[in-house]
Design a binder for this molecule. Structure first.
Ligand code: PLP
Length: 487
């Protein structure tokens, strides 16, 4: 339903009743929303109250929901009641509950209440921040919220920040910046096939994917070996760069990880920065998960050396109470980012003003969602103190869980647990570990993931949900032990 803006002049007698009717229709449409909106908020509150009793993993089979949904869209509009009923009946059973307090897989991500409201308002405003003037609020609130976040996580002062959807997108932009710095011709001539990127064998696959997407080529991606604690070996990096240079290649980028996906190991950024500076490489830091921990003064050391990097990514949609998606990308070289991505056709030209950022100049997407609104709600609602308290508890519980594993004769820990993730295994075969994983996940009471470390299947418990308590971690441990006893 759309609201007309046609003029109804004083002599336009036919148009007047029509305009009045349209106004009434519009009002009814808004009132319909008001009623359903209240009901939906009540539904969300009920859901958040009861989510801990739901099975964590969806219990549907592949294709169940697809088959239950009509094959074509309705000709006539339906009521909110009907739609919400089907949402409950059909969609909910197919939802894996990321908001569950015993969601211990991957990196948990909380759909916190302030963020839910922020998302709702962002959708209501439907404002698109491609240019400053198309939405001054998007441009300036994002700038302010990202600067608050920058201070919290210890990114150096003066770095430019922008919100993208995911860390994968952010890191892809970092790779393009790296290429732009070393080879500005690439923008017009295309990618050369001798540019080499380095990252550790523990880094997230998004780095490789980003490099593939921008034409680096998998054969030009070097996986630097990590040490026994899963941290990139800076000495091996230095050797690989030198060998590539001797072979006539052009090393251009190194990506360090602060908080790797499997074990949350922290790469030695200062030593990696030494190599990057010596050879003129762009240094990008992937702090997608662990950046949140740096909010804690006692954990700030994990960001050592970041001030020497060129860019960094942090995901608020991991451990910072912000529902997917919100990835913060920071760079000290916004000039390079802009040089790589700015492209303004006639239909998008605006007047220049040094304080007016046109976000479209700083990345692939033209449209720019008001994602920062939910982050601003989160930071204001919880404040640093409550966020610190949550992070501290999660880290403490991970340490306590690690101690339980260490004390158990049939389990062993496979990696250090510097933050809120513990990697461990049953002292048995890979199949036995897989069986434990399947059994605890099938219980519906918890969800953990696995990885492979030193060639062996490893169980991985990651704490990161706002609602999680120590009791939830204990319950997970009980379920794991029971599953092991049944082998
Ligand atoms: N980097 C790290 C270290 C990650 O652990 C992940 C995902 O878990 C990513 C990047 C990718 O994040 P996104 O899903 O936002 O692309």
């Amino acid at each position: 339903m759309s609201k007309t803006t046609d003029s109804t002049g004083p002599n336009d007698t036919a148009a007047a009743p029509q305009a009045a009717q349209q106004k009434t229709d519009w009002q009814a449409y808004v009132e319909d929303f008001r009623r359903a909106g209240h009901e939906t908020v009540d539904w969300i509150a009920e859901y958040l109250t009861n989510v801990s009793e739901m099975p964590v993993l969806a219990r549907t089979k592949p294709g169940d929901l697809l088959d239950a949904l009509p094959k074509s869209a309705p000709e006539k509009g339906e009521t909110f009641d009907t739609i919400l009923r089907d949402f409950d009946r059909l969609v909910m059973p197919a939802v894996t509950q990321w908001n569950h307090p015993r969601f211990f897989a991957y990196f948990a991500c909380t759909g916190s209440t302030p963020a839910i409201l922020g998302e709702m308002l962002a959708a209501a405003l439907n404002t698109n921040g491609l240019h400053w003037k198309t939405s001054p609020a998007v441009a300036e609130l994002e700038q302010r919220a990202l600067d608050w976040l920058r201070q919290w996580i210890g990114v150096p002062e003066g770095w430019f920040g922008i919100v993208y959807d995911t860390a994968s997108t952010s890191s892809m932009h970092a790779v393009v910046c790296a290429r732009e710095l070393i080879d500005p011709e690439a923008r017009t001539a295309g990618s050369r096939n001798d540019m080499v990127l380095y990252t550790s064998d523990q880094s997230h696959m998004s780095i490789e994917k980003g490099a593939i997407a921008v034409g680096v080529g998998q054969k030009n991606i070097r996986k630097v070996p990590s040490d026994k604690e899963f941290r990139m070996r800076a000495d091996a990096l230095a050797k690989m760069v030198e060998e590539d240079k001797r072979a006539g290649k052009r090393p251009f980028c190194v990506v360090a990880t602060v908080g790797t996906t499997s074990t949350t190991s922290i790469d030695p950024v200062p030593q990696i920065a030494d190599v990057a500076e010596k050879h003129g490489l762009w240094l990008h830091v992937d702090a997608a998960y662990a950046g949140a921990a740096a909010i804690l003064p006692e954990q700030r050391h994990i960001m050592a050396g970041v001030e020497r990097a060129h860019s960094l990514v942090f995901n608020a949609h991991k451990w910072l109470l912000t529902p997917i998606d919100l990835s913060a990308f920071y760079t000290r070289r916004p000039d390079i980012l802009r040089r790589a991505f700015s492209l303004t056709p006639d239909y998008l030209k605006t007047q220049d003003d040094p304080r007016a950022h046109n976000l479209m100049d700083y990345g692939v997407p033209l449209g720019h969602r008001f994602r920062a609104l939910k982050l601003w709600f989160v930071m204001r609602y919880f404040g640093r103190e409550r966020i610190e308290a949550m992070l501290r508890s999660h880290i403490q519980w991970a340490q306590d869980f690690a101690a339980l594993v260490d004390a158990h004769p049939k389990f062993e820990r496979v990696a250090p647990a510097p933050l809120s993730v513990v990697c461990f295994r049953y002292k048995g075969s890979d199949d036995e570990n897989r069986a434990i994983l399947e059994q605890v996940n099938a219980s519906g009471r918890m969800f953990i993931a696995s990885t492979v470390l030193n060639g062996k299947v490893t169980l991985r418990l990651a704490i990161g949900q706002l609602e999680t308590s120590w009791r939830d971690v204990q319950e997970a441990w009980e379920l794991l032990q029971k599953a092991a006893d049944k082998l």
